[in-house]
Design a protein around this ligand. Structure first.
Ligand code: ATP
Ligand code: MG
Length: 200
């Protein structure tokens, strides 16, 4: 399974609908400083709900909505909604139909050779809302997380290695490094689930 396309709509610096194709084995994104390369990675983290440990570079979710007057914080006249769709090529059957049906809670998921995970953030006057979709069906973050985990994509994993991650791992204490090993070994996932269960 691999990302075949990313669709950004009013997300960060992408003020109009932008489709970015990805090749199967290797894609390099180049461009001048500030042109939006890292924003593309932020888009992937945002849409797949992977931002828990690999931080998106934004203080609040609504900062992710395209703001034409970004340098000038008083200008709030931009659209108040952003979305990112990650299209996964699942032609190799990494996830089978029943797994997708299970996550979506309906048989009506279309052809699972392609899996589209979409997230939208909407800002109203006094609140904001976040929505997830799986092949067009409305789902919860936990449905997306559980599905992706079955394909080996987790927030705790190193599917995304951020700028500075490697240096950070080298410089950290033995105890902190142990936490990373727990994450990679999959122990941390159960710790987190346990914590979530206690909270509920
Ligand atoms: P570098 O090569 O320096 O790493 P980059 O290509 O990774 O640069 P990004 O960090 O992706 O660049 O993009 C930064 C740009 O995105 C900045 O110009 C910033 O103003 C813009 N930006 C961030 N959030 C928004 C937003 N909500 N609305 C409009 N523009 C935004
Ligand atoms: Mg960058």
């Amino acid at each position: 399974m691999h990302i075949s396309e990313l669709v950004l709509d009013d997300f960060k610096s992408f003020g109009r609908k932008t489709r970015i194709p990805f090749y199967e084995d290797f894609t390099v994104i180049t461009g001048p400083n500030g042109s939006g390369k890292s924003n593309i990675i932020d888009g992937v983290l945002f849409a797949l709900g992977l931002a828990r440990t690999r931080g998106i570079r934004a203080e609040k979710l609504t900062d992710l909505i395209y703001n034409p007057g970004h340098e000038d914080d008083d200008d709030r006249s931009g659209p108040r909604e952003a979305s990112v769709t990650v299209v996964l090529d699942n032609a190799d059957g990494t996830l089978d139909r029943s797994q997708v049906v299970n996550a979506a809670g309906t048989e009506d998921v279309g052809d699972v050779d392609e899996i589209a995970v979409k997230r939208r953030v909407k800002e109203t006057e006094d609140n904001y809302y976040s929505y997830y979709y799986l092949n067009g069906r409305s789902v919860n973050l936990s449905d997306i997380r559980d599905l992706l985990a079955q394909a080996g994509v987790t927030p705790e994993g190193y599917n995304v290695v951020m700028q500075g991650d490697v240096t950070e791992i080298i410089n950290m204490s033995a105890g902190q490094r142990r936490t990373i090993i727990d994450e990679i070994a999959g122990v941390a996932e159960f710790d987190a689930k346990k914590e979530d269960a206690y909270e509920e």
